[in-house]
Design a protein around this ligand. Sequence first.
Ligand SMILES: *Cc1c(COP(=O)(O)O)cnc(C)c1O
Length: 422
Amino acid sequence: MTTREETEKLDEQDPLAPLRDLFDLPVGTIYLDGNSLGALPRATAARVQQVVAEEWGRDLIGSWNSAGWIDLPHRVGDKIARLVGAGPGELVVADSTSVNVYKVLKAALAIAAEEAPERTVIVSERTNFPTDLYVAQSVAREHGCELVLIDPGEDPADRLDERVAVLLLTHVNYRTGAMWDLAAVTEQAHARGVLTVWDLCHSAGAVPVDLTGAGADFAIGCGYKFLNGGPGAPAYVWVSPRHADRFAQPLSGWMGHAAPFAFTTDYEPAPGIGRYVSGTPGVLATAALECGVDTLLAAEPYGGLAALRRKSLELTRLFADLVEDRVGGFDLESPRDDDARGSQVCLTRTEGAYEIVQALIARGVIGDFRAGQDGLPDILRFGVTPLYTRFVDVWDAVEHLRQVMESDEWRDERWAQRLAVT
Ligand SMILES: *Cc1c(COP(=O)(O)O)cnc(C)c1O
């Protein structure tokens, strides 16, 4: 059985250990929620200060040209593209994930309507992140489409008949950390004439993704989770070069126009992915996002995402094993199989999941709680971020969990008070 000393040894031998210094982490906190809000990079505060004081304060509107603000969605997009197997000029930073789900679903349905008008079904999964489902419901209403949801354990391929236009899946499930085989599912979908939209919110920066290799159609994802872009950071959208020029996305704003400063009356989409930008980019937030993305690119000399992925799997495996060996009383909801698991460990328990998470947070171990729905259990989530999570952090987190359970500390009524954000 592993000891604390052994986990300290693993940290000493960890080639990625120096990357932790890229972050400004509070002392005494074990942060296991980078899958919900990535930690603050050290570079961000100074960079945002510089954008505020110099680019905005001193250079004022001239910074759209002199500081390259106008290219920011593309510049940062090209950096994110390197993390998801997309080429330069194929991915832009824009809006929120929710808004981008709308754009790409509409574009996918437009392609389907042209190529195969009999296809009027969107397939997604019941346990998809709710915003994806809510937007899909609204798009389905607009188009008179049917939205079909597969249940956990179901193979999407079984539902992809000749009526289906689009398959909308989240690569790594937010509740369970279960990961689809993006290439295999995309291939099955294409074999049945179905377009794919992949939500990479819990993948980009956490697991290697190869959109080009998989021949995927559309992808979207958010900037504030594993990309460390800060609360409410802008999201991104990728469209395969096969499709990018074919349709003007529905939120056809002036920043996605071929010549925004021509101020013409009629919309003419910018070539390629540029049309997926709608309005003026949030410069401060995008500058912060760039600092977050740079922390991941800083891992390239250390083996990049492949090395981060190896460490992430070691961390999540260690976490699950330690809970089983030293605590007990929890069911593991995240997959044991490395190939099917993202960068988080999810535990379930019939009683007290919320209270246990709160008791841990009070001890400085920050994970989170996701309420069960439709007969699914409540979940305790612990995300690992190999850029800064240490092996000893996993040991200490599980030791805190052991103490919280053994002492019945979680039963204290203080922890039952539900907060607005869980
Ligand atoms: C976090 C997350 C979102 C968030 O969408 P926002 O528009 O940023 O609120 C969407 N989808 C998935 C799968 C997520 O994990």
